[in-house]
Each structure stands twice: as C-alpha cells, then as structure tokens.
Write a protein that binds this ligand. Structure first.
Ligand SMILES: [Zn+2]
Length: 176
C-alpha cells in the first residue's frame, strides 16, 4: 500500500477515533500509522550501502521491486513492521502507562493490518517476514535451496541506475 493511501486511510481512522482517543492521541495515531513506513527509506539506504539518499529514487526502487514480490527468492524485512518492534512499543506503553505511546501502537497496528490485507489481495502475504527471527531462518533456507535473497534488490538498484555493491559470489556446492 502506498504512502498516500496510508495518509488518507490512517487520517480517516484517526478522525473516527477522536471521540475515543481525544484529539491529541488521535493525531499521534495518525502520525504513527504513516511514519511506520520510514523503514522503507532505511531499507533503501541499507541496500544502496548509504551511497544514495534520494527519496525520489527510494520510491522508484520500491516501485521497481513491487512486480517481483511473488518471486520464490523474494524476501523483505521492514523493521518497524515486525512483531519484535511491536512488542517493544507495547511494553513501553504498558510500562509508562502512556496513552500517547499506546496510540502509537494502535496506529502501527492499523497500518500493519492494512498492509497485510493489501499483500493478501496481491497473493503475497508472506513476501515480507513479520519477525526478525523468521527473516533470518527463511534467508538461510533460501540460500540452502540455492537462491540468493539479495539478488532482487541488486537488480532493482541496477534498474534505477544505482550500482549495487559487489558481493562475494556464493561458493559452488561441493560435488561430494
Ligand atoms: Zn507498511
């Protein structure tokens, strides 16, 4: 789901929740439901090895990636969209007894539900790992099957004119 859709739908939900959350926490809910996607920018910085900071090319990068999400070697991780991050925010909200941090949590949960729905509609719900541990295990499994999970990202970088960093080629399987 793109940024504009998140802004509109998150804004609508925040508005509807104003009688429950109050104006201030509703605004926090809205901001969290949009800003959670900041990790896509981080992902681009990481993939380009911090050599390109252009937001325009970041959007281009993700647009180029999108048609590939059903490839068997495609696996994404967005840190702010993982159960580990959600658990941390939930614990902080509980520990601080903060309604603002709780609003952040529910804004993020609203966003994640929309993302999950959207990915399901594109029959690609599991193109993104929902947990860091899941990501590590699935990456390892892809490599064991002879697939390279970084390849699709390198191809997207090349397509938008950013040279990917050369990686050591995976060692050939032993004939024994
Ligand atoms: Zn998202």
């Amino acid at each position: 789901m793109n940024l504009r859709e998140h802004v509109v739908l998150g804004g609508g939900a925040a508005l509807a929740l104003t009688p429950v959350l109050g104006a201030q926490d509703s605004a926090v809910f809205w901001a969290a439901s949009v800003l959670i996607d900041a990790d896509h920018y981080w992902d681009y910085l990481y993939r380009s090895r911090f050599r390109d900071w252009s937001p325009r090319r970041m959007f281009e990068f993700h647009r180029t990636l999108f048609p590939q999400i059903r490839r068997p070697d495609f696996l994404a991780l967005s840190f702010f969209h993982t159960v580990e991050w959600f658990a941390l925010v939930y614990l902080v909200a509980t520990f601080l007894e903060s309604s603002a941090v709780a609003a952040v949590f529910w804004g993020m949960a609203f966003h994640l539900a929309l993302d999950a729905l959207w990915l399901t509609l594109h029959r690609a719900l599991f193109s993104r790992a929902f947990s860091m541990i899941e990501y590590v295990l699935r990456r390892r499994r892809l490599r064991q099957r002879g697939l390279e999970p970084d390849l699709v990202y390198d191809e997207a970088l090349t397509a938008i004119g950013v040279t990917p960093v050369a990686r050591p080629s995976p060692s050939l399987p032993s004939p024994l």
